[in-house]
Design a protein around this ligand. Sequence first.
Ligand SMILES: NC(=O)c1ccc[n+]([C@@H]2O[C@H](COP(=O)([O-])OP(=O)(O)OC[C@H]3O[C@@H](n4cnc5c(N)ncnc54)[C@H](OP(=O)(O)O)[C@@H]3O)[C@@H](O)[C@H]2O)c1
Length: 217
Amino acid sequence: MPRETRDSEERPYVVAHVAVALDGATTGFEPDVGRFYELAATWREDVTLVGADTMLAQEQALAAAPRPGPLEGGPLLAVVDSRGRVDDWVWEALRDVGHWSEVLALHAEATPPRGGGRPVQELVTGTERVDLAAALEILGGRAGGEVVRVDSGGALIGVLLGAGLLDEVSLLVHPRLPGVRTHRLWHGSAPAAIRFDLIASRAFEDGLVWLRYRPAR
Ligand SMILES: NC(=O)c1ccc[n+]([C@@H]2O[C@H](COP(=O)([O-])OP(=O)(O)OC[C@H]3O[C@@H](n4cnc5c(N)ncnc54)[C@H](OP(=O)(O)O)[C@@H]3O)[C@@H](O)[C@H]2O)c1
């Protein structure tokens, strides 16, 4: 399906799948991780695109996770890291954690110098920050890079939305408000008044609702 419905043949189909509370927050509540990843499998992505802040928030869990090694045939993990905030041990752990076949660091020209021998390939686009459009085009050109699933908080999703680079937004709505108020909403800095067309919806018995939208263009 994605191949037929994406906006440009030059870049992959890009979907952001995100767990949200009723106010649109991406943090401050306990998401149903099992259901989240079960639904994420819908897209069988070739590339998982993650923001650096999401990666940094995962450091503790990653440090404790088993490391079976790269997942043969799994998606490629691409992490946006213009400021070089992701440590070398994290790249190594991501490569070996068993969810991805390969790991790619997305950097910009201004990214601070990296140490030699890092266990990760890198792609440099953009001057001050990663040029997301260019990076997606290059990822789309890689063998099999047809579907990118964005797994991040609202900052990256908002920028992608604002640049017209998202083909679908998938919200797994949890029937609660966050325990702590947060400014981290799924749409981040996306321009106001974007309209969306509903593609599909499904309600689950436990009160979760899955909403799939396409930004109207
Ligand atoms: N609820 C969910 O489904 C879900 C999923 C994932 C994560 N999370 C949570 O969300 C939180 C992190 O989310 P977040 O919204 O703070 O950050 P984020 O979306 O994970 O990361 C922001 C990323 O966007 C990049 N970026 C921002 N503006 C940009 C621009 N103009 N051009 C290029 N790149 C740009 C940043 O790049 P730089 O490296 O250049 O700064 C950074 O890599 C964590 O607490 C995590 O646990 C929730």
